[in-house]
Write a protein that binds this ligand. Structure first.
Ligand code: ADP
Length: 372
């Protein structure tokens, strides 16, 4: 048998040692806390930033991650970190959790969890890498911004409502009077429409900031769907008529009471109807409802400009407005459908949109009975 040359063991160990030191100094130079844990959720590697965040000054090696990282959610509920980590199949991240210290102090934490193989090849042990970042300052700035929007929109709402009411009366008086003064009438009309736009924008902003802060609560009640649709159709008739559009209703006679949050269902339908009237120049807008298993499907259809296939994917994005002539001709913030989607989630509802350019669009929302 030929004699094998022995492996240069010392050199290999040195190389491995060197590599390990390099890796350690790389991880330690990171501003974010890094913790690698094995399959049993015991810490294998951690860096200085992680110790700083956790406010621990002894090594974490071998310690159970769930015993050193105490997290709570937005509502102060303790999170089951073990379960969260074990259920992580692809990486996930959250900005909504807080780290609680033993003295009950807390910080807002960005946490990212990614499954990894600790080591090379098939013998590499399975594990996870956690990335931690203190985002307390960012969060407080975000909260300040939301608070600001909410205060400003609240303060603006009353004077706008008063001005809107007065302008609306003045327009009515002009309409009724025999003496026509076209320039004044036009000026009133324009001022009125701008105020209506401001008022809708303030509503969207206020609703958005409340939705993003998670302060929207559901008040569940029995909704008479037939009455709700008739009420909306009456309220929007003047707007439709002003554009020479007919406003129809299509209500399933077998509809029963719906158990959900009337305020949000109405808000969603109002957004659909306002858009249908806004983006339609001729034809009609129909508001309807059908019975569906354990809920009601509402729809608002129009014979308007329609939405292209690519834009259909984006209409629910924040600030999105289609780049076409008709959209540029109308006032809008691109917030309505974004807020609508947030409300739909709270209602556990499903939204759908069918549309064809120059033919029209149908927005549908299926609202399930809540608590049945
Ligand atoms: P806004 O109407 O203020 O622009 P929305 O979030 O309500 O904002 O709508 C986003 C965009 O989706 C609109 O700018 C418009 O391009 C498109 N859109 C919404 N509803 C309709 C509709 N019924 N018909 C055609 N386009 C629509």
């Amino acid at each position: 048998m030929s004699k094998r040359t022995p492996l240069p063991f010392v050199a290999t160990a040195k190389t491995v040692q060197l590599e390990r030191e390099r890796l350690n100094s790389l991880i330690n130079s990171m501003g974010d806390g890094v913790i690698a844990i094995d399959e049993n959720l015991k810490v294998v590697i951690s860096n200085g930033a992680a110790l700083n965040i956790l406010d621990i000054n002894s090594s974490l090696k071998g310690r159970d991650i769930a015993k050193v990282l105490h997290l709570v959610d937005n509502n102060g509920q303790i999170l089951n970190l073990r379960e969260i980590i074990c259920q992580t199949k692809t990486s996930q991240a959250s900005r909504e959790w807080k780290l609680i210290y033993p003295d009950n102090e807390s910080i807002n934490l960005y946490v990212s969890i990614a499954p990894v193989r600790l080591g090379y090849g098939q013998h590499g042990q399975k594990g996870y890498v956690l990335l931690l970042r203190d985002i307390t300052r960012e969060k407080s700035l975000e909260e300040e911004r939301d608070e600001f929007i909410s205060v400003v929109s609240h303060e603006l709402r009353t004077p706008i409502a008063i001005a809107e009411g007065n302008l609306s009366n003045a327009r009515f008086i002009f309409d009724q009077s025999k003496i026509k003064n076209i320039p004044v009438e036009e000026a009133l009309k324009e001022a009125h429409s701008q105020l209506n736009f401001l008022s809708a924008m303030i509503n969207d902003l206020a609703m958005l900031s409340r939705a993003e802060r998670g302060t929207l609560t559901l008040e569940i009640e029995s909704i008479n769907v037939h009455d709700l649709i008739m009420e909306l159709s009456k309220a929007y008739l003047p707007q439709a008529e002003a554009k020479n559009l007919s406003l129809k209703t299509d209500i399933d006679e077998s509809l029963e009471l719906l158990t959900s949050c009337k305020l949000y269902v109405r808000e969603v339908l109002q957004n659909f109807i306002t858009n249908a009237i806004k983006y339609t120049t001729k034809g009609h807008v129909t508001i309807g409802a059908k019975t569906r298993k354990s809920g009601v499907e509402f729809f608002v259809s129009d014979t308007g400009v329609g939405i292209s296939k690519t834009d259909k994917e984006k209409v629910f994005d924040k600030f999105f407005r289609a780049e076409n002539f008709q959209t540029r001709e109308t006032n809008g913030t691109g917030l309505g459908l974004y807020v609508t989607m947030k409300l739909a989630r709270l209602l556990h509802a499903e939204i759908n949109v069918e549309s064809e350019l120059d033919k029209g669009s149908t927005f549908t929302i299926f609202v399930p009975n809540i608590g049945s």
